[in-house]
Design a protein around this ligand. Structure first.
Ligand code: C2O
Ligand code: CU
Ligand code: CU
Length: 485
């Protein structure tokens, strides 16, 4: 008989055989393979960046918007001249965009026509446990079905959905199972923000290709050296001389982005994971660890037509191709009728008093590697076990969690399902302004860093996850289960 446990073990064993080469002590063993596509040969800024368009509901006449999506393999032109096999929701790479409104439920009937089991999670969503896409709540390969209900009883936010099948999530997401979910409400709607053509979601990620243009997946891989924006390698995007809203999602498995314009110009950050910030923040960069989002407004009004600007990634090796993301081309003059941003964007809920504090220590094996050994990743010294409840939380309680990355070299981050939290402190210093003062569901943790978070666990009872959102690390075990009782 196949039990949950044997499934878990075979899963780990299979990928250990598959994944060892790229995993061990990355700095010492990461050597590009001759069979890899040389990223420097991919033409930069040669393809237009597509803008994800909202999916039409299959039905919207009842008390919910109903969608039908089929997960299947297809091909996409990611690198010019190559057709790459990808795993998709409804044939779309990256996945489709779903538009939702607070208070109106969305129902998605998912059918899995892939050859691997899947589970769909709405990242940042406040949803009942049975619709949260738990790692063992699988949709069977080859035609399995499942219906997910998203009540949308939460404020506006830029959410996204992605695979969460146990131990397969990192490969499934890498191969394309990620889509966008924009939830709006009256607060957001009431603001005069750039909209329509000037409201542009951008899903960023990295990837690695072989010389035939096919994706190369290795768990823990640090050789993913091609940057994709909305599914295209290093695209360009044409803009007019006016303000644009870019909703940026880091959907990478492991890459961190620190985004900046090549001329160093300032722009405004208006939102993060859980919707708008209390006030616009003038900045010259935004930092996004995997899973995080930034909502920014860039004004191209002061550039002459003909200007080109590169959106750069100033995090990591600046001589690597991954130091560039995409190119903006100012191609036409247009007048801008939007008002300047208001001083206040939203009012955040009061912080209730916390009754419990907890500590979470994130760690991962980091060299020297034993040949053939598979690094494991831990929370408080334990590798994820789907049969274990790590944290029991009384329904409705408010807690303060101190989360620390105890590694010397490995960056991590921390993502909580079910709730949006507040970042109280980073490195012992209070967070009272800046990009982390809004509602968050994912926080970065560079080596040695520590953050203090506050969350109120309300709305639904049941089992939910918390984990590192470098999803290769989550698949290696850096994940835990909390049970709201
Ligand atoms: Cu975006 Cu548990 O995940
Ligand atoms: Cu999540
Ligand atoms: Cu990690």
């Amino acid at each position: 008989m196949i039990t949950r446990r044997t499934l878990l073990r075979t899963g780990v064993a299979a990928s250990a055989t598959l994944g060892t080469a790229g995993l061990l002590l990355p700095a010492l063993t990461d050597v590009a393979q001759a069979a890899d596509l040389d990223a420097s040969t991919i033409p930069k800024f040669a393809q237009a960046m597509p803008v994800p368009q909202p999916l039409e509901p299959y039905s919207d006449d009842g008390d919910a918007d109903v969608y039908k999506l089929t997960m299947k393999e297809t091909t996409a032109e990611i690198v010019p001249g190559f057709r790459t096999a990808v795993r998709t929701y409804g044939d779309s790479f990256p996945g489709p965009l779903i538009q939702a409104t607070s208070g109106r439920p969305v129902v998605i009937h998912q059918t899995n026509r892939l050859s691997v089991d899947t589970s769909v999670h709405l990242h940042g969503g406040h949803v009942p446990a049975k619709s949260d896409g738990a790692p063992m709540d699988l949709i069977a390969a080859g035609g399995g079905r499942r219906t997910y209900v998203y009540p949308n009883q939460q404020p506006h936010a830029n959410l996204w959905f992605h695979d969460h099948a146990h131990h397969m999530e990192s490969e499934n997401v890498f191969r394309g199972l990620a889509g966008l979910y924009l939830l709006t409400d009256d607060v957001e709607d009431g603001l005069d923000l750039p909209d329509e053509e000037q409201d542009v979601p951008i899903a960023l990620r990295d990837a690695r290709f072989d010389s035939a243009g096919q994706l190369v997946y290795v768990m823990g891989d640090r050789l993913r050296n091609v940057v994709l924006a909305n599914g295209k390698a290093w695209p360009y995007f044409e803009v007019a001389t006016r303000r644009y809203r870019f909703r940026v999602f880091n959907t990478s498995n492991q890459r961190f982005f620190k985004l900046a314009l090549s001329d160093g110009s300032a722009f405004q950050q208006i939102g993060s994971d859980g919707g708008l910030l209390p006030a616009p923040l003038t900045t010259t960069s935004v930092f996004l660890s995997p899973g995080e989002r930034a909502d920014v407004v860039v004004d191209f009004g002061h550039y002459p037509v003909g200007t080109t600007l590169v959106l750069k990634n100033t995090f990591g090796d600046q001589s690597a191709p991954t130091a560039q993301v995409l190119q903006f081309r100012v191609t036409r003059r247009e007048r801008d009728d939007t008002e300047p941003l208001p001083d206040t964007l939203r009012t955040l809920p009061e912080l209730p008093a916390a009754t419990t504090t907890r500590d979470f220590k994130l760690s991962m094996d980091e060299g020297p590697a034993t040949p053939g050994a598979m690094p494991m990743a831990y929370i408080n010294g334990l590798v994820y076990d789907s049969d274990r409840i790590d944290t029991v939380i009384p329904y409705g309680s408010t807690e303060i969690w101190t989360v620390t990355n105890t590694n010397q070299r490995m960056p991590h981050n921390f993502h909580l399902h079910l709730v949006q939290f507040r970042v109280l402190e980073r490195g012992g210093k209070p967070v009272t302004s800046g990009p982390e003062c809004g509602l968050k569901d994912t926080v970065s943790l560079l080596p040695g860093e520590s953050v203090k978070l506050q969350a109120t666990f309300t709305g639904y009872r049941g089992e939910y996850l918390y984990h590192c959102h470098l999803i290769d690390h989550a698949a290696m075990g850096m994940m835990g289960t909390m049970k709201i009782v």
